[in-house]
Structure formats: C-alpha cells, structure tokens
Write a protein that binds this ligand. Structure first.
Ligand code: AHR
Length: 513
C-alpha cells in the first residue's frame, strides 16, 4: 500500500477500493513502438493429417462447394481473418518434398508415402500451382519452404526458376504449359526447416555452410526476389540466431524460430486438449509467457551482430501441442481447441507486438485441423475455433503501430509451483488513426479490474468484443458450433481515463474513441 498509493496519486487516480485492486495501465510516452507487421498474423499449412487434404483442399470435383478445389466455407472464414501469408509445404514435410512431384496433370503425379505424418499416401494433388491458387484466393503472400534435407542446390534453384522466371526458359515454358503464364510472386523463401532435427540433425556450423552454399545458387528476377529465411532454433536455444547472424552476411533476411506450448512441457505426455486440470491451465499460460524470454534472449544475441535490426526474427511455428485426440491417427496431430487456446494466442500476440521491432513474422501451427487450428472440419462440416475468434478480434492490429504500455499493480495468479501475472495488455494506433487496446485476464477464477490512462489520447468511450466462457475448456463442436464466440462490449471513460472489468479467463479487444 505504501508503494502503490503515491504511484496511483501520481497517475491521477483517486484511491477508491476499486483503484487499489486494479491493474494500472499507463501509456509509456517515453518509448517508441514499432510497426506491428501484419505478417505476425501469418499461418502455416503443412501436408500433415487433414490440414491440407479435406481441411483446405477437396478437389474441383468434390460435392463440397469449392473454388479451384479449395472449399468455399473455409476460404470465406479465412478471408475474414485477413490472412497475410501462408507458409507451405512444411515443416518436416518440406525437407522430403520434391516440387516436380506436384506439377502437371494431377492424375499423373506420383503417389508418395508421407513418412513424417502417419505414413499415409501423399498423392501430390496440392502442388505449386494449387498453393498459389490458395494464396491468391485469400489475397495473402506466399512463403515457400525449400527442401534442404533431401534436395540439392540445383533442385531448389530450379524450383525458384520455375516459379519466378519471366522469359522463355524451359522451366518458365513448363510452368506455362501447366497453366500459369505470368510468374508466381514468391515473397518469402526458406532454406530447410528445423535443420537441428527433422531437417537433417545438423549442427549450426554445418547448416550455416550449407545455407551459404545453397543461397549462392538461388537467383530470381530483381522484381521477384523473396526474403531469404535461414532455419533457426527452438525453445531456449539462442546459439543458432547468434552464430548465423555473426556468420551469414549475405542473403539472409530472417532467422526462423519455433516454440510450441505443451501443458506439461513433456513430449511423451503433453496433456489433453479438453478436460484438463487447472494445474494444466496455469502451466500452459506460464509456458506460453516463456515466449517473451525466448524472444528477448534471441534479440540480445542478434543485436550484437546486427544492431540495425536488418535481420528479422520469424517465429514461423508456434501454438499449443496436446496429446492427439483418442481414435485419431497419432501422426495427424488433430486436437480440439478451447478457450485456453484462445488465451494462449492472445498472450502470444501481446508478446509479438512488444517485440515488433525484430519479430516481423510469425506463423501459427497450423491453419486447419492440425495442432492449434483456426478451423476444424468433419467432411462437409466446419467449425470455427476459439483461436479463430482471437485472431479475428486482433485483425485491427495488423500493420498498426504499437503504443508501449506500462503495467503496474498487476495481480499474480498462482497455483502450486506456477505463478503468472493475471493481466496482459497491448495497444496500437491502427492505419486509420484509431487506437486499439487488447487486454487478457489469464486467471480462470477471478475477474480483474484495470484502470487505463492513455496520456493525451482522449478516451470517451470504447467498443469492441469480449471472448470468455464459464469453463476453462469451453469449445465448439460440430453439433454445437457457436458455444463460444465473442460478444459485443462497450464502456465509457471520463477525463481521458477508463476503467475496464475483465471477466475471469477473458480476452477483450476495444477501439478507443
Ligand atoms: O507443425 C508440426 C511440426 O512441428 C513441423 O512439421 C515441424 O517443423 C515441427 O517440429
């Protein structure tokens, strides 16, 4: 109380009982926020389980309404998310993918075994042309992940030539023969995936040499040069970002990074998607917040070699990873998605905004039917997950400029060995000049009050959306698709200040007016 009282008075709040209990949120006018690159809201679609086949692609002859083979219901839902980019074809799959298998008449394409994911048949129905159809249908950008593990520099270079060549080269002509006259626009290109693991079990020194070797031969027309991405590390390992930014001085626009949230932190028993104990709610939240530390530590090592922040840090795989649903192919990574996932997504967004000066892209794993998906399908049926709703609520933050906030008096939510700040917040000025605020209450048991002072920005009223539910694992099903969805929210302010109440386990996104 002795510390809080003068602080509250300095912030201009009266000392009501509510004020004392409330989280104080103050605009930090001394700090400059970075632009929140829209690509922070990127998506990942791998040839894995029912992610691409059924989830996105049903084929042009399907009874399910589709455009160029991609199901219309899923396309319409994804359009509302303003998906900025899609990463494809993997993941681990990328390092066993040979692009020539996925071009030409579909009935002539080779059938392979998807050795990474369930050992099922991969008939290559979705290949380069289909991927670009998807990207163009969604108005998104393309992130193509090249095969370093089982490919060659020649194969990788030829894929880029096939996609981008303008003239009469044999590969450009082959692309035309396959139905595409003008080149595809390749915005991002990665050399391998998880080189430390499924991509070849390499050391960073070995990968760095290979990266330089391969990129020497990757050439594209000047007006269609992708941003080059080196495959980096995962979790708390900063050595890859450190070594690569120190040793790769050309053709590296970003280092990638992967981090998945497992409730138990253990790969053998990760924890269930639904009907989990509260101990796995808080452990999931605490492990999600570790993203902040991992990014901070990677930024520190990158700042040593690249103080001008020319090289991006792309979190190109993130999300929850639970035990696979009973009765599902364990290799398909299909999991239900609940309010807990939505809160994980929102906490990650708030962290990414904070680090937007270096984090220019992230990709949730994955788009449909795999891991922390936006959408689940069951043949012709489709449902939107709580994660979908979180993404949609945060759309105004795409390409907005972050307004750094200082939070104080934040209550701790504790259980057993775990303790986290209950409230997390982010604010930004959108392209149209409006100010948006997103608040998360990660405490599943207790409502929280916040007192907000956006210094100089007039707050008269706010309106937006609230996502919450009674149970920690509230989720949508094919029988009840609207069990959890956002509801309208509004409040009024006075003298530029505002008090907002957050229900237990909730996300609130509002426009300030
Ligand atoms: O997203 C599933 C898998 O997780 C990806 O294929 C791989 O890169 C990561 O280990």
């Amino acid at each position: 109380m002795r510390v809080i009282k003068p602080l509250l008075l300095a912030l201009g709040f009266s000392l009501s009982a509510t004020a004392l209990a409330a989280t104080q949120i103050q605009l930090d006018s001394s700090a400059k926020g970075a632009v929140i690159n829209k690509n922070i809201y990127g998506q990942f679609a791998e040839h894995l389980g029912r992610g691409i086949y059924e989830g996105l692609w049903v084929g042009p002859d399907s009874k399910i309404a589709n455009t160029k083979g991609f199901r219309n219901d899923v396309l319409a839902a994804l359009k509302d998310l303003h998906v900025p980019l899609i990463r494809w074809p993997g993941g681990c799959f990328a390092d066993e993918y040979h692009w020539r298998d996925g071009i030409g008449p579909r009935d002539k394409r080779p059938v392979k075994v998807n050795t990474n994911w369930g050992g099922v048949e991969e008939d290559n129905a979705v290949g380069t042309h289909e991927f670009f159809d998807l990207v163009e249908l969604l108005g998104a950008e393309a992130y193509v992940n090249g095969n370093l593990g089982t490919g060659t520099p020649q194969e990788m270079a030829e894929w880029l030539e096939y996609m981008t060549a303008e003239g009469k080269s044999t590969l450009a002509e082959l692309r035309r023969k396959n139905g595409r006259d003008k080149p595809f626009k390749v915005h991002y290109f990665a050399v391998g995936n998880e080189a430390w693991g499924c991509g070849g079990n390499m050391s960073v020194e070995y990968y760095t040499n290979l990266y330089k070797h391969y990129t020497t031969f990757l050439k594209t027309p000047a007006n269609n040069t992708p941003k080059w991405i080196a495959s980096g590390s995962h979790g708390d390992d900063t050595s890859w970002a450190d070594y690569m930014t120190a040793n790769i001085k050309q053709k590296m626009d970003a280092v990638s990074f992967h981090y998945y949230t497992l409730p138990t932190g253990q790969w053998d028993v990760k924890g269930a998607a639904l009907q989990f104990p509260e101990s796995e709610w808080i452990s999931t939240m605490q492990r999600t917040l570790a993203m902040d530390t991992f990014i901070t530590n990677n930024k520190k090592v990158m700042d040593k070699h690249d103080p001008e922040k020319k090289v991006g840090f792309y979190v190109d795989e993130w999300g929850t990873w639970f035990d696979v649903e009973k009765g599902e192919n364990p290799g398909f990574l299909y999991q239900q998605n609940s309010l807990r996932d939505a809160i994980v997504a929102a906490l990650n967004f708030n962290i990414f905004h904070k680090h937007a000066d270096r984090v220019h892209m992230t990709n949730i794993a994955q788009m449909v039917n795999v891991l922390q998906a936006m959408i689940l399908t069951d043949k012709e049926k489709m449902i939107l997950t709580p994660t979908y709703h979180a993404f949609k609520m945060y759309v105004p933050f795409q390409d907005a400029t972050a307004l750094p906030l200082k939070l104080s008096n934040v209550p701790q939510y504790k259980l057993g060995e775990f303790a986290i700040p209950a409230v997390s917040a982010t604010a930004a000025k959108a392209k149209d000049g409006s100010v948006y605020l997103a608040l998360v209450n990660a405490n599943p048991n207790k409502a929280e009050t916040t007192q907000i002072n956006l210094d100089g920005i007039q707050i008269n009223s706010v309106s937006g959306q609230l996502l919450t539910a009674d149970a920690m694992d509230t989720h949508n099903t094919f029988a009840k698709p609207d069990t959890i969805k956002p509801t309208a929210f509004s409040a009024t302010g006075k003298n530029g200040k505002l008090s907002l109440d957050l229900p237990a386990k909730s996300i609130l996104v509002v426009k300030v007016q």
